[in-house]
Design a protein around this ligand. Structure first.
Ligand code: GDP
Ligand code: MG
Length: 436
């Protein structure tokens, strides 16, 4: 990945005082190529790398940090800035706030509409979805199915083929029924065409939405940028939603679109499930483009799902070197709650790409669980008493082999050893005691 390449490019530089022009020129080439590989528009990649070059020149290299790492840091900072620096929230002013969803057919508008409704509902907002795709008979049904999943009401009119009217009626309906946010899902076509542009512009003029969000498929590369440009010229949208970032896309579209239309990206969509929606954080996307993996999202997702109380309890036990198989089992349960394991694995730096084509077996935990559940209460609480004959019994009871039981015991004991060592370091008088 890009960070490795940078590190390699700078290996020879180690020990020198600063980043010099010659070194930079070579690295810049690598960076530019990597950006283009990540779907960044060539012109944008050139602008970015020129800026990075200026920034990198003459920066002092700390002795402890390798120049390659410093370069990665500079590239990361520049990319973050270019994508807007800070995250930008959607605006929900007005009663009701009206959010208009625009984009090509298949870009993920309807899916995003459901996700956004879900997201806002979780903030205790009273949300209404207006189904304004009047061309495909199945469109309204699709909206209804998603809305039902997330528990949000839909406004639709079966006989009316005028999306402008439906949108207006939906807003009136929202006012009468105390809805605070109306999300208007619209029709798209397979390519940019005049009829679609006219329709979305008419809807926008008629309802004056609080926010107009342009939804675009990140997998479409350069087309994504051109589509964004055309839509923006016509309807001057307020923000961008980048979809299908769960696929192979490396997120380069985020950088290009931002650079070309100068509008903030507000959400990213990472799957077909209603929960697969994230706010757009420029620094994380910069990391993704750099190929470092979206570690922070991973941690956050884990935190959301972990039962905090339980986590605290287990932490206490780890601190006291009392971690046992009951705690281990409880942690497995927590990990399973985190949802689609493949989703999570794909976010781990380095691992993500390598695991892309590997089927991850969600049943991999099953034998481990079976083994632990075949232990007696006493054995789980005091793993040290699990002798050879007990292991035999456990293997039989759980339908596994003695090797599997031994492996688990070894892993478990290694884990405990590591925890003990950590405790020594972070405990009173330990080298890392300040980090606690
Ligand atoms: P629309 O025509 O713009 O309303 O697009 P839809 O919302 O109907 O989505 C088109 C297809 O893309 C559907 O099969 C969705 O399930 C799928 N889809 C939408 N968003 C995502 C996403 O973030 N990731 C993936 N993998 N699929 C998505
Ligand atoms: Mg749709």
């Amino acid at each position: 990945n890009l960070s490795n390449k940078l590190d390699r490019a700078f290996k020879t530089l180690k020990g020198q005082g600063s980043i010099t022009e010659i070194n930079v020129a070579q690295t810049i080439k690598e960076v530019r190529r990597a950006l283009v590989d990540a779907d960044v528009n060539y012109k944008v990649a050139k602008t970015v790398t020129d800026k990075i070059k200026d920034e990198a020149m003459g920066r002092d290299v700390l002795i402890a940090v390798s120049p390659g790492q410093l370069m990665v840091k500079i590239v990361h900072e520049e990319l973050t800035q270019l994508m807007g620096g800070e995250k930008q929230d959607i605006v929900l002013k007005g009663d009701p706030a009206v959010i208009l969803i625009a984009g090509l057919q298949g870009s993920g508008k309807t899916t995003f509409t459901g996700k956004l409704a879900n997201f806002l509902k979780k903030q205790n907002r009273n949300v209404l979805i207006a189904a304004c795709d009047v061309y495909r008979p199945a469109a309204i049904d699709q909206v209804k199915v998603l809305a039902e999943q997330v528990g949000v009401e839909v406004y639709s009119e079966t006989d009316n083929k005028n999306p402008v009217q439906i949108a207006q009626n939906a807003i009136e309906f929202a006012k009468r029924n105390n809805k605070k946010v109306v999300i208007i899902d619209t029709a798209g076509r397979l390519a940019v065409d005049e009829a679609m542009m006219r329709e979305i512009a008419e809807i926008k003029n008629a309802i004056k939405p609080t926010e107009t969000l342009f939804v675009v498929d990140s997998m479409t590369g350069q087309d994504a940028v051109n589509t964004a440009k055309t839509f923006n010229e016509r309807i001057n949208f307020d923000g961008v939603v980048l979809t299908k970032l769960d696929g192979d896309s490396r997120g380069g579209a985020a950088l290009s679109i931002r650079a070309v239309v100068e509008k903030p990206i507000k959400f990213i969509s990472t799957g077909e499930k209603m929960e697969a929606l994230d706010l757009f954080y420029p620094d994380r996307m910069a990391q993704r483009i750099l190929g470092m993996g979206d570690v922070i999202s991973l941690v956050e997702r884990a935190q959301q799902s972990f039962d905090e109380e339980e986590a605290r309890r287990i932490n206490q036990k780890i601190r006291k070197n009392q971690f046992n198989f009951d705690d281990f089992l409880s942690q497995l349960e927590q990990i399973k709650k985190m949802g689609d394991i493949k989703d999570l694995v794909s976010m781990i730096p380095g691992v993500g790409k390598a695991m892309k084509d590997v089927e991850i077996d969600e049943n991999a935990f099953k034998p481990i669980e079976a083994i632990i559940k075949s232990m007696t209460k006493e054995e789980r609480a005091n793993p040290d008493i699990i002798s050879g004959s007990r292991r035999n019994r456990i293997a039989k009871g759980s339908g596994t082999t003695i090797q599997q039981v031994n492996n688990l015991m070894k892993q478990f004991n290694d884990m405990r050893k590591m925890m003990k060592n950590m405790n020594k370091l972070t405990g009173k008088g330990g080298a890392l005691s300040k980090m606690k």
